[in-house]
Design a protein. Structure first.
Length: 236
């Protein structure tokens, strides 16, 4: 399987053992939620290994010894789950990160006949920067100062890649400098489509990749409708 350089597939044995469990039709919703959480944690550890550290000051240990404190860079990082199923990954990433970060939501669903994404919710904040009239940048009417530098896009499944493509484009238009997308499972064509949306600005991290999708746009063998399985619901 030939994949773009900005696609990373986990080789962690614990992740693949958990993925084998989540594929099973006998796995309960409670177990599914736990497995998605665990897989998202492993993916987050692998994806965030490339982040940098920055010095933030000093503190003291219980023994009274002064030490230098550090945090991750960029500090203006945001989690962006795609509704519904992306919500199943949020707690894992929030637990992993050293400090609380904003969580913004994108609501996208695939239209049944065309399998194309339809946006129904978007709470990405927007604030136009005030620029000096003398500034050449004012010709571009400023930038969105509310945009995060790094957006971590969460969706357990990348099937056709259309939803991922739309979400990445929304984040790019919002003003992020980079997108890291985490998915439990992807199809080969879907992950290539997602990674190619903004090749220089996107990294996709997937637990595993299956060969293709069926006529309904579901990954085969896949793991079913993960949103329905997470929330004991029947979707569109």
């Amino acid at each position: 399987m030939s994949l773009p350089q900005n696609v990373h597939v986990s080789s962690h044995p614990c992740l693949h053992a958990k993925l084998s469990l989540i594929r099973s039709e006998s796995t309960t919703p409670r177990e599914t939620r736990g497995l998605v959480h665990d897989i998202a944690t492993i993916l987050g550890v692998e994806a965030f290994a490339g982040l940098k550290l920055t010095k933030t000051g000093t503190d003291r240990t219980p023994l009274g010894v002064e030490y230098e404190t550090q945090s991750i860079d960029p500090a203006d990082l945001a989690l962006v789950p795609i509704l519904r199923s992306g919500l199943g990954m949020v707690d894992a990433l929030n637990d992993l990160l050293p400090t609380p970060v904003p969580v913004y939501h994108l609501g996208l669903f695939r239209e049944k006949a065309t399998l194309q994404p339809v946006e129904y919710y978007n709470n990405l904040p927007f604030h136009r920067s005030e620029l000096s009239p003398a500034s050449p940048a004012s010709l571009n009417q400023g930038t969105n100062s509310a945009a995060a530098s790094l957006a971590v896009l969460l969706d357990p499944v990348i099937a056709t890649g259309a939803t991922a493509e739309a979400a990445i484009q929304l984040l790019r238009d919002w003003g992020v400098k980079k997108v890291i997308m985490l998915s439990v499972l992807a199809s080969e064509d879907g992950v290539k489509r997602a990674a190619g949306t903004w090749a220089e600005g996107v990294e996709v991290w997937a637990g595993a990749i299956d060969a293709g999708v069926n006529e309904k746009g579901m990954i085969v063998p896949g793991l079913g409708d993960i949103g329905d399985r997470l929330f004991v619901a029947i979707g569109k």
